[in-house]
Design a protein around this ligand. Structure first.
Ligand code: G3I
Length: 346
């Protein structure tokens, strides 16, 4: 019998995994407006932690200097309070979806480092103070590492080197001492050089007393993801605990594209064969088994999916518009075999 995410009698991910970690999803404010919709009933039933997919990014909340648009972020925070959900703040500093004014001084020239650092302080302090005590975890900086290892050469980095990152963490801690402060990035599970850069960078931050509490592993995976490399890289990062015993890992943007790395947009849409579907289920089971192991070591307490269901996933539009089914909950909120299989781990 088909089960749906919102059904009273179907299993709920956040309940099944409650002894081990919170389970969450990226949502948009339109999903949380009407409590009688399938979106709302599903998100409320299945998840206990949420991230705003786009509406709390720098260009959304601070498109011009001194002009702040907190309406949607405020709605998200009220929703969290009303329904007793933990909330992630995504994201304070990012090279993408960040307006150019940040990098230009009052004369229209490229900002000097001290000028930019003051802006980082103002931006981070304003947002974090506003939501003091209401945001569980902040993705303080997002994607600051280069794909092949080393630091990302963004406008932030070109102007201030690593100082913008350190200032962002210090300002965030100053304004909300209780919030968990995270550095968030992708491909940490699939690129050894990138994972090694993360290790060295976080180690340096800890040794310099920069207030960092954890690493966000986005985990935009694929059926091709090498699970051994994933485990090895994550376990390497967990060794940072020798420098900070309470350091946490969070899975922040989980999904698993059905399209292979070699797939070209012109190859057309993939058809989901039984072989693909079985591989998808097996990989999610392997993954959740690993998450449980990490949780038992006290390393992982949060797993967030990047989207509420397959139909709402960003992967239907990336890198080109095509159907994708990367989540445990299908279109129309059907619970997929992979959903049942991960729940059976408990
Ligand atoms: O809101 C506009 C709409 O007004 C316009 O008509 C439409 C036309 O393209 O665009 C809409 O904005 C889009 C926005 O999503 C909201 O749907 C942007 O073009 C599109 O670029 C944007 O994509 C988002 C992407 O971040 C931006 O880089 C994805 O939804 C979002 O899932 C994705 O999330 C990122 C994380 O923040 C960081 N990690 C990677 C992850 C996936 O890329």
């Amino acid at each position: 019998m088909t089960q749906y995410a919102y059904d009273n009698n179907s299993p709920a991910l956040c309940r099944v995994f409650a002894p081990f970690f919170k389970v969450g999803a990226a949502i948009n404010t339109r999903n949380m407006i009407d409590s009688s919709t399938k979106d709302f009933m599903s998100l409320d039933k299945q998840f206990n932690i949420f991230t705003l997919e786009n509406e709390s990014k720098p260009e959304e909340i601070h498109p011009e200097e001194g002009r702040w648009y907190f309406d949607k972020f405020d709605k998200f925070v009220s929703f969290g309070k009303k329904y007793d959900k933990a909330l992630r703040g995504h994201t304070l500093i990012w090279h993408s979806q960040c307006p150019d004014w940040f990098f230009t001084d009052d004369k229209g020239d490229t900002a000097a480092s001290t000028f930019l650092i003051k802006r980082v302080h103002d931006h981070v302090s304003t947002a974090v103070s506003r939501y003091n005590g209401k945001i569980t975890t902040w993705d303080v900086v997002n994607e600051v590492l280069h794909d092949g290892g080393g630091m990302r050469k963004s406008k932030w980095y070109d102007i201030s080197g690593e100082d913008y990152i350190k200032e962002a963490f210090r300002s965030a801690r100053e304004c909300d001492p209780a919030a968990r402060l995270i550095i968030n990035d992708y491909n940490l599970e699939s690129s050894r050089p990138k994972a090694e850069t993360m290790y060295e960078f976080v180690k340096k931050m800890i040794l310099e007393n920069v207030p960092i509490d954890g690493i966000g592993l986005q985990m935009h995976l694929s059926l091709d993801t090498d699970m051994k490399l994933l485990r090895d890289n994550v376990l390497m990062l967990s060794e940072l605990r020798k420098y900070k015993p309470e350091l946490k890992l969070e899975v922040t943007e989980l999904d698993m594209t059905l399209y292979p790395y070699t797939w070209e947009p012109d190859d057309g849409e993939i058809s989901v064969t039984k072989e693909i579907s079985d591989k998808f289920t097996a990989k999610y089971v392997d993954l959740f088994q690993f998450y449980l192991e990490l949780s038992k070591e006290g390393l992982l307490d949060t797993v967030v999916f990047w989207g509420l269901n397959d139909g709402l996933s960003w992967l239907n539009g990336f890198p080109k518009r095509h159907r994708n089914e990367p989540l445990l909950i299908g279109r129309d909120y059907v619970l997929k075999p992979a959903f049942d299989a991960v729940c059976e781990l408990i």
